[in-house]
Design a protein around this ligand. Structure first.
Ligand code: LMR
Length: 334
């Protein structure tokens, strides 16, 4: 009798161990934008690739649209290990203590995606991701979104049109300086709160790539959208370092592969997604799209160029110079 119950106990233990061994490793991937955006789609693609490449040993669950955490909370949650993966915009790394990422927010620092990729796909990008390590965070990749438009309930054709407007920004000192250079009052606000703030007049306007403006329906509460492409918004995909380092080596390798493929996908779709989103905003008839003349664009650039020098202490003069060198473009010479 005694030996039978011992055997039963052993069998039970074995079953528990087998079930535990088969339980997939769970990765929670939280983000703040809609699923139907470049980041949302790339996150889903990563989840699918991760499952395939690990034969189901890893299960990535994507939580879009701030359903799990809002901007500030998600960074804390990652460091605490409550989520394992995020892709915050590069403008949101200041609170983590990595101010250098705000270099991507400098107005007109990239003239198009090719120039951007010289940085994100080159040694400067690698070095920037490396700065995260001592924050308990590992930077895996840069994912593109796009170049920003400005929106408000009045036409924003030139810098003078911004005077006194309350403009929502992400938590970046560079964006703060940019809005102040235009004569506007910048207001830092979580992404999930922007639609309502625009609707109720808590803020007058905002900036974002068209994919975000469209999928959050911000265009429904903004009468005018200027296709200014005055700055870039993109992401760093990050993981909790202790979690990542603790994964079995073969799993990590498979996930690295999945990330590399998801990154190619993200950066292939981003440009077209934004072109399509702007076309949909236009087709809605709810916002008027303003295209700037070359003269107007020059006026914007002249007004915003001094922000580069002004932000040298914040993001690093050498970093700015190395980006000018990598892209071959230097707006401060205007
Ligand atoms: C914003 O807050 O405007 C963006 O960072 C949202 C995003 O993740 O694209």
């Amino acid at each position: 009798m005694k030996s039978a119950s011992l055997l039963f106990g052993l069998l039970l233990l074995l079953c528990v161990l087998v079930v535990q061994a088969e339980e997939p490793i769970a990765i929670k991937f939280s983000h703040v934008v809609a699923a139907d955006t470049p980041k949302g789609k790339a996150a889903e693609r990563f989840a699918q690739l991760a499952k395939e490449k690990t034969q189901g040993r890893v299960e990535v669950t994507v939580y879009p649209n701030s359903t799990l955490y809002k901007d500030k909370e998600e960074m804390e949650a990652l460091q605490l290990g409550a989520v394992q993966m995020l892709a915050p915009s590069l403008a949101k790394f200041g609170p983590l203590g990595v101010k250098e990422f705000e270099v991507f927010d400098l107005p007109y620092i990239f003239d198009g995606y090719d120039q951007l990729h010289q940085v994100t796909e080159g040694p400067i990008g690698k070095e920037l991701l490396g700065k995260l390590a001592d924050k308990g965070v590992l930077g895996l990749a840069f994912w593109d979104n796009g170049f920003k438009v400005m929106s408000a309930n009045k036409p924003l054709k030139g810098p003078k049109d911004f005077r006194g407007l309350k403009m929502r920004i992400q938590s970046s000192k560079v964006l703060d300086a940019q809005m102040r250079a235009l004569g506007a009052n910048p207001q830092v606000m979580a992404f999930s709160e922007v639609y309502q703030a625009l609707q109720t007049g808590v803020v007058d306007g905002t900036e974002n790539p068209p994919s975000n403006l469209y999928t959050q329906k911000m265009f429904e509460v903004q009468k005018f959208v200027t296709n200014s492409e005055h700055g870039y918004l993109g992401y760093a995909v990050i993981v909790n370092k202790a979690f990542w380092d603790g994964l079995p080596a073969d799993i990590r390798e498979a996930l690295d592969e999945a990330m590399a493929e998801a990154t190619v996908y993200a950066n292939e779709i981003a440009k077209q997604e934004n072109i399509d989103a702007l076309a949909k905003v236009k087709a809605s008839g709810k916002s008027e799209i303003i295209e700037l003349t070359p003269e107007q664009k020059t006026e914007w650039k002249k007004r915003l160029a001094p922000v580069h020098q002004q932000m040298e202490d914040r993001v690093g003069k050498d970093l700015i110079q190395s980006i000018y060198q990598a892209t071959g473009s230097d707006i401060s010479k205007l």
